[in-house]
Design a protein around this ligand. Structure first.
Ligand code: NI
Length: 183
């Protein structure tokens, strides 16, 4: 395993849509997954998508810490580290909610981003088994954020209010009345 370099906004690899994984057990894919896990842990993020480590396969991973689980209830269970390969997402209902996001490819910044409150996602896991889950709140948010990376989309493009975009350090010093929910 190896820690890979993380691409930063402005690098064209983050704009390139990924291609579907045809064979999950391909050693190159398994190595990518192992390296992404190590890279994510090293960077102390909650999610990572393949383009962020200069790879072009439709692979993402995320976890939900218990403190950010549905409803923001610290007693809720989180979601353990989950690998999604060739994911598909559909919204459940039409409710959107705003929340603060950050991105390992946009270090130091945070923005307030509207996302679907509830989604259903389908994917393969790292063993090639099918996953289908309903998600809401932060769980739904992080999956939508990472899924966007696979399409070459970064969170600032999803923002509707650019006054709520800034350096995390300053935003924390001058809160805008919303709890930070950054990844
Ligand atoms: Ni990101």
């Amino acid at each position: 395993m190896a820690i890979r370099k993380i691409a930063r906004m402005g690098h064209p690899v983050l704009r390139r849509p990924t291609t579907a994984v045809l064979n999950v057990s391909d050693p190159e894919i398994q190595r990518l997954i192992a390296d992404m896990k190590e890279t994510l842990a090293d960077a102390q993020g909650v999610g990572l998508a393949a383009p962020q480590v200069y790879a072009t396969s439709a692979v993402l991973m995320f976890f939900v810490p218990p403190s950010r689980a549905a409803g923001g209830d610290a007693n809720e269970d989180g979601v353990p580290l989950t690998v999604l390969i060739n994911p598909e997402i559909e919204p459940i209902g039409d409710e959107q909610v705003g929340g603060w996001e950050g991105c390992l490819s946009i270090p130091g910044l945070q923005g307030y981003v509207p996302r679907w409150h509830r989604i259903r996602y389908r994917a393969l896991d790292e063993t090639g088994a099918s996953i289908e889950r309903d998600a809401e709140g932060f769980h739904a948010r992080v999956v939508q954020h990472e899924y966007d990376h696979l399409q070459g989309v970064l969170y600032p493009e999803r923002m509707t209010d650019m006054t709520r975009f800034g350096f995390a350090e300053e935003l924390m010093r001058h809160p805008m009345g919303e709890p930070t929910n950054a990844e």
